[in-house]
Structures are given as structure tokens and as C-alpha cells.
Design a protein around this ligand. Structure first.
Ligand SMILES: Nc1nc2c(c(=O)[nH]1)N[C@H]1C(S)=C(S)[C@@H](COP(=O)(O)OP(=O)(O)OC[C@H]3O[C@@H](n4cnc5c(=O)[nH]c(N)nc54)[C@H](O)[C@@H]3O)O[C@H]1N2
Ligand SMILES: Nc1nc2c(c(=O)[nH]1)N[C@H]1C(S)=C(S)[C@@H](COP(=O)(O)OP(=O)(O)OC[C@H]3O[C@@H](n4cnc5c(=O)[nH]c(N)nc54)[C@H](O)[C@@H]3O)O[C@H]1N2
Ligand code: SF4
Ligand SMILES: [Mo]
Length: 698
């Protein structure tokens, strides 16, 4: 007899959907949305509907493998877990003896967002080992830091309230593909009369869905935000009382914004003067108004400053604290857990091991003075997703590097491994999930038993700790113990009512974030001891989660060497190459996850390069022809798709496809740079410059 059980989507997607899973004879046969979840309401994307094919894929790794051929040749033999553990112990010890524990580098991201399996026992293990620390800044860190400079924390509007918004600006976010429930909530708001504006470089699915699409030049969004501020100030659309009460630096901002005339902003951004003025007036006269700030902005080298600048807008029109008003960059601050308890940074040796920025893996693997001797990859596929692939591949080919990859599949990274370890899918694990967008915490209880000899990250690192003879009691903790530790955090008042028991009963619990009212006053925060509370403290004087005033002028930015005021900074990279090359996610893959599921590959058809007719004509490129895209870092070949959906001077390839020698697919990250963004050590994928050439006789 089959069963239907509750589950959670583990993917690195803001929506963190609640799922319903049909299981028959130990196999997952169907995945749908849980209709009762207050935000995700039973709707899920195609990617996850196809999860039965992913979990029971013929290529699922089911037992440990040891390399037999040359690196990258995909030749492996089956070994036992005990052989794998012995080998890892030997390699760890040898690296520590010859080069110190810092020569061991964990490399992970959020292939599975579960707290226990993404940042739990693994962190404890590598901290105790004394391995190099990894700065996990490939995704949202530049924007998160930028937003914090303005608002004090990575927290904004409750997305459930956005059905009350009258104006929704989707700014650098492809919501139709990457945050589908924000699209559905916006559609609900539209039924109530709201207008949706999309500001993007690309006339993509979200742009076509919008009521008004504003096409902007790459990396110029801070100038547009300042142009809006200029007009709000000039035309007296600023809520002066609110600004005086809740912000710092309005007078300084006035001086700064005065320089961003519509004409100047138009010249920088490519948006017409008329559109800049209409947008500013629409924004200045509509309440509640909401801005969804996406990750597209902060994958530029000036991305932190762009997000910081946009984040100033809601304060000027007094939108915070109003139901349906404000902005969201991310909401992860509300769900702050007892991170120290989960990850145990106190286990690290002193002085602390060096920290390595994950965006610079290529250089780090080729570094000779303090070399990496052991690379341990899990929850990530760096040979596809990380910038400057030629250097990464060169590093992975090093004979003196021992690489372990723990994954569900033989990914492009795993092909270079010395040891490949089979990972459970999240359906096989107990875990805790929070969302970085909505305000519900969810529990995931195993839906099926582990397949083959697969082990979860949690189990793997717990067992490795035993193999390494780490006697610390924290390595005896069960999954339940760590969940209890994670939720036991009196400094976060929003966690009030979120317990393992409540989660077991209900599946999800909403964080106790006070509801925004249609008031200009902030609601007092309650539920915690005022002396202890750091997150969500009571009686905050300003409508920010920390109670601090909103920093239109930021001393913090100044001391970090940035402009203390919002400002437009020109992109600088590789001006020798004339075209910007932007590679955002596609609709049917989740980063490189799903790019080996036949149904999803068919839906995406093939990787292409979108190029404007003018740029194609200049280069003699024909539609459907194979073209070479190149810069100093390397070249890739893609099929040209000539379309006015991209602007002149910009080429776009969506999605991270796995390498395929037969079909000629290579990672687009061959072309992207290891250069770091202005803030948060962020990645700069989208500030890439290239040239495109037609391939003769192709
Ligand atoms: N289907 C799908 N969903 C996903 C993912 C996926 O791979 N596939 N990935 C998940 C992850 S990890 C993340 S971080 C999020 C990312 O999702 P989003 O936050 O939507 O970020 P991106 O899709 O990277 O970029 C958003 C948009 O920014 C645009 N853009 C690029 N440069 C600029 C610019 O200078 N100005 C403006 N205004 N726009 C610009 C791009 O054209 C793109 O439409 O999505 C998550 N959800
Ligand atoms: N050019 C370009 N590059 C980009 C981006 C872009 O927009 N353009 N986006 C960037 C962004 S925003 C992000 S977040 C990164 C994402 O980069 P990654 O986090 O590397 O994302 P994925 O490609 O999804 O790889 C996740 C891997 O984890 C594995 N996995 C899943 N669950 C588990 C588990 O429980 N245990 C273990 N051990 N493995 C598991 C999956 O099978 C998969 O191979 O990519 C970045 N790279
Ligand atoms: S990938 Fe996103 S939209 Fe799709 S099921 Fe998972 S959380 Fe929901
Ligand atoms: Mo991401």
C-alpha cells in the first residue's frame, strides 16, 4: 500500500515549498505541493515535480568509488565505506603532517538547504580538524551586506503581505523562474488593482509578465535609484516627517541626489528621461509600494552599493511598517538560529585557520606557497558553478591534490575526484528548513530509507569524527539534538513558539514577527527578555528589525572605504572586450542541479547565446549558427539565438549545463572572473566582458 506524506523542497530557492510525496514500495512516485501551506499553497515548479526521476535516476551514486584512471577520466572502482574512511584518515593525517591542517579545504554550498546537512555536523567536523575556513560568498553576500548598511539587518517585508501592495517593483529578479510564489502573490495583488514593474537587463519571462518592463544597462541600477530619489526630492514626494524621525543623513542625501538629474541618469542607464520621471512619480504617489530586490544586481562588481542604494527608497516614501509596503532582499535574519551551538566555531584552533573566498577557488588550487592538499566538496558543484573554470580544472588535475566529492551524482566536479562518496537525497533525511524569503520554519522527516549505501552529510561527518578519534561529545549528537540546539536561542524573539515538538505536530510554524500595520509607528516587538534580545527586541524606535535608524548616510560604509551615501560606481572589468556577458539561471534547472534530468533538459532544449540583431550583424553571425564567445580567460562555443530581447552590447546565456563532449557543452563559467564584488566578498559573474565571433563553415 502506498502512502502520501509531507516533505519540504530542499533546493536553494527562496520559496522553500511544502511538498506532498507519494511513496509506493519504498519508491517516490509523485511530488506535489502541500495545499495547506500558507505561502506556497500547493503550487510547485516543474523542477521539483520531476524529483522522482532525480531520486531514482539510473545514474544515482549508490556506493563509494575510488579513482582508477587519470583525473577527470571518470574511471572508478567500487570500494567499501570502511576503505573510504581509512583512505580519508590517511590523507588528512598526511596533509596535516606535511602542510598543517589549513591545507585541507572544505568546499560546500546549499545543494541541500537543510540546516543539519548544509551547515551542521560538517562545520563541527572541519572546525575541530582545524581546516581552512571557507567564505561562502558565491550567492547573495554582496547584496546582503549592502542591504544591511541601509537597514541594519537582512530582513524586510513579510511576503504574505505583498497581496496588499498597490505597486510592486521587481528589480533584478527573474521571479517567474526563481521565486514563483512572489509572482503568484503579485498576481493576487494585481487582482486588487496593483501594478507590476520589472527592471531588468533582459526581456525575459518576468519582463514579459510585468505590466511595465524597464530595460536598463548592466550595473547601472544605483544611478536609476538615485534618479528616482532626485525626482522624489525635487517634486516634494518625500515623506519628510517620517524621514526626519527614522533615518540618518537625509540632508546629505539631498546634496548627493541633486547631481543625479534625469538627463544624466538616462545617459548612464539607457532608460529614457520620460520613463525615469514616470517611475519616480508612480513610486512617490503609490502606497503601499513594495520592491523585490533580486540577486541579479549583486552579481556585479558594484552590486553591494547598488542594493544599498535601492534599499534607501522605501524609507523616503515612508513605506516601512505599512502592510504591503517596504522591500525584500532576503528575510533570513528573522530566522536567526543558534548558529554557534549548531556549528561550534569554538572547536577551531587558535589562531583561527585562514579563510578562503569560495569565488577564488581557481587561484587557491594553483597557489604554491600555502597549497591546498585535500579538497572536500559536498552540496556544491564547483567545476560548473564557480568562476574562472579553466583555472579550477587545472587545479583539480593536480596530481598532488586529494579530492573527495560527496554528491548524489557523478557531477563534473566528481569526475576529478580521487574518492566519490554517495549522498542521500533530502527525502532520506531528518532536517530543519527555514526560508530566506517567507517566514515559516519547517521540519523534514525521512520519506524513504537511504538508497544503496548512501549517507547524509550529517552521518558522514559524524562518522568521520569517530574515524579521526575526535572525543568531543558534540559528535554524539543526533539530528534531534542539533535541531533542539538550533531552536533554543533566546536572543531571537521571533523563534518564540518554534520547537521540535510543534514542528512535528504541524510540519511548519510561522516566525513570531509582528505584523506590519497601516501605521507610521513601528509596533513594539515583544516576546523576549529585553536585556537579552538581539533579534526582534521590544519597543524598537524605528521600523527596522534592529530598531536602528535607516542609514541614508552610513558611517559604516565610510569606514569600510566606500561612499557613505548611495552612489553609482562604473563597472570596470576588461574594457578591451566590447560585450557584457550575463549568465543568469534558467527556468528548469536549479543552478547545475537538474541539468542531468532528461525531462528538464528537454524543456530547456539546449544552451544558447542570446545576441541582439545589431551585434549579430556587425559580426556576421546568423541565427542558429555556432559562435565562439571569448575573453582572456578562455572561450566557449554556443548556438546563436538572435533576438531583440537582449539589448545591444549585451549577450546572455541562461542556465548552467553540465559538460557534454559529444554535444560540445562547456561551463559558461570559463569566461567569468574570480574578481570580488565591492562588498561581502561576493561573486561578480554578471560583470563579465567578452567578444563573440562567428565560426566559419559551422
Ligand atoms: N529556476 C531557477 N530558480 C532559481 C535558481 C535557478 O538556478 N533556477 N537559483 C536559485 C538561486 S541560488 C538564486 S541566488 C536565485 C537567483 O534568482 P534571482 O534573484 O532572480 O537572480 P538572477 O536570476 O541571478 O538574476 C535576476 C535578474 O537580474 C537580471 N540582471 C542581471 N544584471 C542586471 C543588472 O545590472 N540590472 C538589473 N536590473 N538586472 C540585472 C538578470 O537578467 C535576471 O533576470 O534563484 C533561485 N531560484
Ligand atoms: N555563471 C553563473 N554561475 C553561477 C550563478 C549564475 O547565476 N551564473 N549562480 C551562482 C549562485 S547564486 C549559486 S547559489 C551557486 C550555486 O552553486 P552550487 O551550490 O554548487 O549549486 P548546484 O549546481 O545546484 O550544486 C549543488 C550540488 O549539491 C548536490 N547535493 C544536493 N543535495 C545534497 C546533499 O544532501 N548532500 C551532498 N553531499 N550533496 C548534495 C547536488 O547533487 C549538486 O550537485 O552557483 C553560482 N554560479
Ligand atoms: S525549487 Fe523553489 S519553487 Fe520549486 S518546489 Fe522548490 S522551493 Fe518550490
Ligand atoms: Mo544563489
Amino acid at each position: 500500500m502506498g502512502k502520501r506524506v509531507r516533505s519540504v523542497c530542499p533546493l536553494d530557492c527562496p520559496d522553500t515549498c511544502s511538498l506532498l510525496v507519494d511513496v509506493e514500495e519504498g519508491k517516490i512516485t509523485r511530488v506535489t505541493g502541500h495545499p495547506d501551506h500558507p505561502v506556497t499553497k500547493g503550487a510547485i515548479c516543474h523542477k521539483v515535480r520531476r524529483f522522482p526521476e532525480r531520486v531514482h535516476h539510473k545514474d544515482r551514486l549508490l556506493y563509494p568509488l575510488r579513482r582508477t584512471g587519470s583525473k577527470g577520466s571518470s574511471q572508478f572502482e567500487r570500494i567499501t565505506w570502511s576503505e573510504a574512511y581509512d583512505e580519508m584518515k590517511r590523507q588528512f593525517q598526511s596533509a596535516i603532517e606535511t602542510h598543517g591542517a589549513e591545507s585541507i579545504l572544505p568546499y560546500s554550498f546549499y545543494g541541500n538547504m537543510g540546516i543539519l546537512n548544509a551547515e551542521g555536523m560538517d562545520r563541527r567536523f572541519f572546525h575541530r580538524l582545524g581546516a581552512s575556513q571557507l567564505e561562502r560568498s558565491i550567492c547573495n553576500s554582496a547584496g546582503a551586506v549592502g542591504f544591511n548598511y541601509t537597514m541594519g539587518a537582512n530582513a524586510g517585508t513579510d511576503p504574505e503581505d505583498t497581496i496588499y501592495s498597490r505597486l510592486i517593483i521587481v528589480w533584478g529578479c527573474n521571479v517567474v523562474s526563481t521565486n514563483m510564489h512572489q509572482m503568484l502573490l503579485a498576481n493576487e495583488a494585481r487582482k486588487r488593482g496593483a501594478k507590476v514593474v520589472v527592471i531588468d537587463v533582459h526581456n525575459n519571462r518576468s519582463a514579459k509578465w510585468a505590466d511595465w518592463f524597464i530595460q536598463i544597462r548592466p550595473g547601472t541600477d544605483a544611478a536609476l535609484a538615485l534618479g528616482i530619489m532626485h525626482i522624489l526630492i525635487r517634486d516634494r514626494l518625500v515623506q519628510e516627517d517620517y524621514v526626519r524621525q527614522y533615518t540618518i543623513g537625509y540632508d546629505e542625501l539631498k546634496g548627493d541626489a541633486a547631481e543625479y538629474t534625469p538627463e544624466r541618469v538616462s545617459a548612464i542607464t539607457g532608460v529614457s528621461v520620460e520613463d525615469i520621471c514616470s517611475l519616480a512619480h508612480l513610486y512617490g504617489t503609490t502606497t503601499p509600494s513594495f520592491i523585490r530586490i533580486g540577486n541579479g544586481l549583486q552579481h556585479h562588481e558594484n552590486g553591494g552599493m547598488i542594493v544599498r542604494s535601492i534599499a534607501c527608497l522605501p524609507a523616503l516614501t515612508g513605506q516601512w511598517g505599512i502592510r504591503g509596503g517596504g522591500a525584500v532582499k532576503g528575510n533570513s535574519y528573522y530566522a536567526t538560529l543558534n548558529t554557534r551551538g549548531i556549528q561550534r566555531p569554538d572547536l577551531m584552533p587558535r589562531p583561527l585557520p585562514r579563510s578562503i573566498n569560495m569565488n577564488q577557488l581557481g587561484d587557491v588550487l594553483l597557489e604554491k606557497t600555502r597549497p591546498v592538499k585535500v579538497l572536500f566538496v559536498y552540496n556544491s558543484n564547483p567545476a560548473q558553478v564557480a568562476p574562472d573554470q579553466n583555472k579550477i580544472r587545472q587545479g583539480l588535475l593536480r596530481e598532488d591534490l586529494f579530492t573527495v566529492v560527496h554528491d548524489l551524482f557523478l557531477t563534473d566536479t566528481a569526475k576529478y575526484a580521487d574518492l566519490v562518496l554517495p549522498a542521500t537525497s533530502h527525502f532520506e533525511n531528518l532536517d530543519l528548513y527555514k526560508s530566506y524569503w517567507h517566514l515559516y520554519v519547517q521540519l523534514h522527516e525521512p520519506v524513504i530509507a537511504p538508497l544503496g549505501e548512501c549517507k547524509s552529510n550529517f552521518t558522514l561527518f559524524k562518522e568521520l569524527a569517530k574515524v579521526m578519534e575526535f572525543a568531543d561529545p558534540c559528535f554524539d549528537d543526533t539530528e534531534e539534538d542539533v535541531i533542539e540546539t538550533a531552536l533554543h536561542y533566546e536572543k531571537n524573539a521571533y523563534l518564540h513558539g518554534v520547537s521540535l515538538q510543534a514542528l512535528r505536530e504541524k510540519g511548519w510554524v510561522k516566525l513570531a514577527v509582528p505584523r506590519a500595520e497601516n501605521l507610521k509607528e513601528a509596533e513594539p516587538r515583544s516576546g523576549a527578555d529585553p536585556d537579552k534580545a538581539e533579534v526582534g527586541g521590544p519597543g524598537t524606535p524605528a521600523p527596522t528589525p534592529t530598531g536602528k535608524k535607516i542609514a541614508l548616510y552610513s558611517e559604516g560604509l565610510k569606514s569600510a572605504g566606500h561612499s557613505p551615501l548611495p552612489t553609482h560606481v562604473e563597472l570596470s572589468e576588461d574594457t578591451a572586450y566590447p560585450l557584457y556577458f550575463i549568465t543568469p539561471p534558467n527556468h528548469h534547472f536549479l543552478n547545475s542541479t537538474g541539468a542531468n534530468i532528461p525531462a528538464l533538459m528537454q524543456a530547456e532544449r539546449r544552451p544558447v547565446l542570446q545576441i541582439h540583431p545589431v551585434d549579430a550583424l556587425e559580426r556576421g553571425v546568423k541565427h542558429g549558427q555556432r559562435v565562439k564567445i571569448f575573453n582572456d580567460r578562455g572561450s566557449v562555443v554556443l548556438e546563436a539565438d538572435i533576438t531583440p530581447d537582449v539589448q545591444p552590447g549585451l549577450v546572455i546565456s541562461q542556465g548552467l549545463w553540465w559538460d557534454d563532449d559529444l554535444l560540445g557543452y562547456q561551463s559558461v563559467n570559463v569566461l567569468t572572473s574570480q574578481r570580488i564584488a565591492d562588498m561581502g566578498g561576493g561573486a561578480t559573474f554578471f560583470s563579465t566582458r567578452v567578444e563573440v565571433a562567428s565560426i566559419p563553415n559551422a
